[in-house]
Design a protein around this ligand. Structure first.
Ligand code: UDX
Length: 453
């Protein structure tokens, strides 16, 4: 089939590459000419595992354009995969979706299915249908289908190739048949429903996962109070298939472009309908507080961070991406800088993006380190914010190179047994604190505390 995809962000581009891989001819449209040029030159403009290879392999079936008229020419299916950024009040900004739909209407001269892939509030697809009917310039039949994606950054290609399900909200048999034909090669369960239910499936799924994370984070906080180990608790829970073992990793909370935005959007939609969705509201509050658990723990060792050298390992919201959207680092690092800390930050991908976010007026200072070793050397404290493989490969001996080896791990990267009985302090989430400072360091810490009081 001829498929045209509007928007070459990670959803649009991954969808395009996978649809080409399963045999469709794909055109990608983006208003950003520079991005289109890079794609034409064989460059992959985003960091996504397996995507450059897939684009290269299927380049004979893919075209990149910035012109709608040319891009819509032969399309049987047109997909809108543009951004829906969060507005200040928590609602989604739909202007890009509506704008793309109008452009399609002005440039299309034959029947087609218009798929909305972007995550949009319930009812948006109906609104797109209305916009389409109002703006079509020719006597043609265009039908709007809600087809949300369930891609995670870093694993988006395999998420689409081996997805758990495909959801499509269609209002006619004609649309249902087209959707079946489009996705048939993927051999995945197909959930066909109406447009509003399809839109809701996306929010209900993402918010459920966010809820699950906030729930395990609260259990972790309680484990700390009661002397239990959250990892064992999660393992014990996860064997029950009604609960499942995924998304039960306790930590410093969820970030990224989806969970924070989608929880707030559902909360906002509920309020607009005079309903309060209390579970989701609680998940949002728990997540906001969870980011600061590390700082509360660090306060057990330092009353103030003024002049303290702090190794911060990981800036991205999760490993495998350079994305900083809603990353806990964006809340934690400014708080440390405000308190006068000297940050030694390390991240294999997100450093450049983070540079632009630093507030130079803060009391403290930030230095970006090219290696984990450089970050740890001479540090008085280490905070782990992202569970990169490189971090997980560190050993107690690596941490002993710190001036004062106090590690506060927001992602539970290490086994407690490996850290026990070492001349380091290791505090994590939902587990007991292990290890102890060597005699000399303990004396140093006590002197420091005495000096402050
Ligand atoms: C998510 C959904 O997984 C995906 O289906 C949807 O389409 C988009 O949103 P993504 O944001 O890329 O994908 O990342 P994901 O891997 O789901 O992680 C989200 C956040 O939750 C990360 O900050 C991660 O660190 C955190 N997380 C995840 C936990 O804290 N604990 C867990 O057990 C799982």
């Amino acid at each position: 089939m001829n498929v045209t995809i509007i928007g070459t962000g990670y959803v649009g581009l991954v969808s395009a590459a996978v649809l080409a891989e399963i045999g469709h001819d794909v055109v990608c449209i983006d208003v950003n000419e520079e991005k289109i040029q890079r794609l034409r030159n064989g460059e992959c403009p985003i960091f996504e595992k397996g995507l450059p290879e897939l684009l290269e392999k299927n380049k004979h079936r893919m075209r990149f354009l910035s012109d709608y008229q040319q891009g819509c020419q032969d399309a049987a299916i047109i997909m809108i995969a543009v951004g829906t950024p969060e507005k200040k009040d928590g609602s989604a900004n739909l202007s890009y979706v509506f704008g793309a739909a109008k452009e399609v209407c002005y440039n299309l001269d034959h029947d087609a299915i218009l798929i909305v892939k972007s995550t949009v509030p319930i009812g948006t697809n109906d609104e797109v249908e209305r916009i389409v009917q109002e703006n079509l310039t020719k006597e043609i039949h265009v039908e709007v289908v809600s087809n949300p994606e369930f891609l995670s950054q870093g694993t988006a290609v395999s998420d689409m190739m081996q997805g758990y399900r495909i959801v499509a909200g269609c209002e006619s048999d004609y649309a249902r048949e087209k959707i079946k034909a489009l996705y048939e090669p993927l051999k995945q369960p197909l959930v066909l429903t109406d447009r509003r239910s399809a839109e809701m499936i996306k929010y209900a799924s993402n918010d459920f996962l966010a809820l699950k994370i906030s729930y395990i984070n609260e259990i972790a906080n309680l484990c700390e109070c009661l002397g239990a180990n959250v990892e064992d608790v999660a393992t014990g829970m996860g064997f029950d298939p009604r609960i499942g073992d995924k998304f039960l990793r306790a930590g410093i909370g969820y970030g990224g472009s989806c969970f924070p935005k989608d929880t707030k959007a559902l909360h906002w939609m509920a309020i607009q309908n005079d309903y309060e969705i209390k579970t989701v509201k609680a998940a949002i509050t728990v997540n906001e507080n969870q980011k600061f658990r590390l700082l509360q723990k660090a306060k057990n060792y330092y009353d103030s961070f003024e002049g303290i050298e702090i190794a911060v390992l990981g800036l991205a919201f999760k490993p495998g991406t350079d994305d900083l959207r809603e990353a806990p680092s964006l809340a934690i690092i400014p708080a440390l800088l405000e308190d006068g800390a000297k940050i030694r930050a390390w991240d294999p991908c997100a450093e450049d993006a983070f540079r632009g976010q630093v507030d130079n007026s803060a009391k403290g200072e930030i230095r970006f380190c090219g290696s984990l070793r450089e970050s740890l050397r001479e540090a008085d404290l280490c905070l782990i914010l992202t569970e990169w493989d490189q971090v997980k490969a560190l050993t107690p001996a690596d941490f002993k190179e710190m001036r004062r080896p106090i590690i506060i791990d927001g992602r539970n990267c290490f086994c407690l047994e490996d850290m026990e009985n070492e001349a380091i302090v290791y505090a994590s989430i939902g587990r007991k604190t292990v290890g102890s400072l060597s005699q000399n360091l303990n004396i140093y810490m006590m002197e420091r505390k005495d000096g402050e009081s």
